[in-house]
Design a protein around this ligand. Structure first.
Ligand SMILES: *Cc1c(COP(=O)(O)O)cnc(C)c1O
Length: 454
């Protein structure tokens, strides 16, 4: 099968190992990189990519890797999805930039309309377009502060919201995201998260979502005061924190608490949004309707675009000129987003995310049967992860995650390590991957576990 059947460039859908990975051409490029690119920018696997599509990344040496990362949940509709490419090309031929704040164009308005329609809730909505997930989260906070006249922001343990100054303050993990980069923005308060695997182990019983939410709201009441809080910001499924799915009832209880206290409830759907979890937005799994939704990653098939979408009265609290940015809603990026949205809606991709999720869970369970170091399997749809621990404990086993990802990389399977403890393998395949490739990737992972634990 070539990718033409599923979208993307013509690229044989098979894993190929032509050289040791990374190959000589990639190593040469890596040499050049070391004297040209800042050391602070790291890469998971230094195989330099020349083409990608379906479930395959082809490198400069002709190796073909199975992609379980989608460039961190970005190429959800597949790399170079034809709907994205055609629209973006057409736009590039027409004009590349005007700055929406100077001379507007229709594509921006169309994307805003689409997001207003697609995000949870049928209330009146407005959208602002931006460049990155961090910028979307920052803008959501700005909007919440203006609309409430309050300043405190509540975030959670294990949260990841970005690398700008405000979002670093909101992100939980110190190394490598925060250490040395302070001082950070003020008025950011961290509340306890619902982390079922570890909460239940610590309590020796199942901790309900409501109880976990009460733990968080009691902290807010006691340490901040609900009437001081502009926004509660939460990832409905935490991404970099380790694909933590809060206990059922946690998100609805926080949304309810926000409503009762005039707090803007902000869902950071940057990683979990856009079809990835088997619903258009992860908040939908529990019927949660956030006041504001921050989106990015999967929104435009790989082009840089982000957005804040939410209740008209909150969004419009900011007066003219208060929001924007030179590139926000760039013409090519909005054209790509319209192509990606068309792909989600017309190519059955949300349904495909559920199907892939079933395969992922089944293969993760098989891994757990063979290797008790797989302590937890969690996620939704095509956003799944396994947390690795030392046998018969819940003690994190980051060395194993690293070793498995390393063995997988040598065998042309790209899998990303994440989590607050560095012990989570996350699976984020493009939704255009074939069942066969996904199974093959897990055959390789099983072998990688066997070798690592050998
Ligand atoms: C990646 C991510 C961000 C930051 O997005 P950038 O585009 O890298 O700025 C924010 N929130 C979540 C949940 C993310 O996964």
């Amino acid at each position: 099968m070539t990718v033409r059947e599923t979208g993307g460039p013509e690229l044989p859908q098979e894993r190929r190992i032509v050289t040791a990975l990374p190959g000589p051409r990639s190593q040469e490029l890596e040499q050049r990189r070391r004297s040209a690119v800042a050391a602070g920018v790291a890469s998971s696997l230094p195989a330099y990519i020349v083409a990608a599509g379906g479930g395959i990344l082809r490198d400069a040496d002709g190796n073909q890797l199975i992609d379980l990362g989608s460039g961190i949940a970005v190429t959800t509709v597949g790399n170079s999805n034809p709907r994205v490419v055609e629209r973006a090309k057409e736009q590039l031929d027409a004009f590349t930039h005007t700055c929406f704040m100077v001379s507007p164009y229709e594509g921006y308005v169309e994307v805003a309309e689409a997001l207003n329609r697609l995000t949870p809730g049928d209330h009146e909505k407005r959208t602002v377009l931006l460049n990155s997930g961090a910028e979307a989260v920052e803008n959501a906070v700005k909007i919440a502060r203006v609309s409430t006249g309050r300043s405190a922001v509540v975030v959670f343990d294990h949260a990841y919201h970005g690398r700008t100054n405000l979002t670093m303050a909101m992100t939980a993990k110190a190394a490598p995201y925060k250490r040395g980069f302070g001082p950070f923005a003020g008025e950011v308060h961290r509340a306890p998260m619902s982390y079922p695997y570890r909460d239940d182990a610590a309590a020796g019983t199942k901790v309900s979502g409501e109880d976990a939410a009460a733990r968080a709201t009691e902290m807010i009441d006691r340490q901040i005061g609900a009437d001081q809080v502009a926004a509660i910001v939460i990832e409905p499924i935490q991404g970099e924190g380790g694909f933590i799915v809060p206990a059922e009832g946690f998100l609805p209880a926080l949304a309810e608490y926000s409503r009762e206290n005039g707090i803007v409830f902000i869902a950071d759907e940057v990683q979990a949004g856009f079809g990835r979890t088997g619903a258009m937005f992860a908040s939908e799994h529990e019927g949660v309707v956030p006041d504001l939704v921050a989106t990015a990653k999967g929104i435009a098939g790989g082009l840089p675009l982000a957005a804040v979408t939410g209740r008209a009265e909150i969004m419009d609290a900011v007066g003219p000129g208060g929001l924007g940015g030179t590139y926000g809603g760039n013409p090519a990026a909005v054209a790509a987003a319209l192509g990606a949205i068309e792909a989600y809606e017309q190519d059955g991709l949300v349904e495909r995310a559920r199907e892939l999720g079933e395969i992922l869970v089944q293969r993760c369970e098989r891994l757990r049967t063979r290797f008790p170091e797989v302590g937890d399997i969690r996620g939704r749809g095509a956003m799944q992860a396994i947390e690795l621990v030392h046998r018969d404990t819940i003690e994190p086993y980051p060395e194993l995650a690293k070793a498995v990802a390393g063995h997988a990389a040598e065998n042309a399977v790209l899998v990303l390590v994440t989590g607050s403890f560095g012990n989570v393998l996350r699976f984020l395949p493009p939704l255009t991957i074939s069942d066969a490739l996904l199974h093959e990737a897990f055959d390789v992972l099983e072998e990688a576990f066997a070798q690592a634990l050998g």
